[in-house]
Design a protein. Structure first.
Length: 99
């Protein structure tokens, strides 16, 4: 089951000035490891949310929470760019994530 771990208070800007609201997500895999990823939603205009693809794999939920709470603004800005211009591997991973 997908769970929202952190909703970041400050929107993240893209180079063109568009602001995105960020959430750190997690779910437990079949092998009992936990994955973490980010979901970016445009702050204005109601566009579709975009997933970053897997950003981390951890042994338990607490470890993913620790990861999520330590993310810097600079990290989130880079992850936003990766999410908006995904590699082929990221695009494949997105299909595997629950919504």
């Amino acid at each position: 089951m997908t769970e929202t771990l952190v909703r970041f208070d400050a929107p993240i800007p893209r180079g063109d000035g568009t602001l995105y609201i960020v959430q750190a997500m997690t779910c437990r895999r079949d092998d009992n490891l936990w994955e973490g990823w980010l979901v970016f939603t445009p702050a204005r205009g109601g566009g579709e949310p975009v997933s970053s693809g897997r950003e981390t794999t951890q042994p338990n939920r607490d470890a993913v929470m620790y990861w999520a709470q330590g993310l810097s603004r600079v990290y989130l800005m880079g992850a936003l760019e990766r999410a908006l211009v995904p590699t082929a591997a990221t695009a494949r991973e997105r299909q595997a994530f629950p919504s």
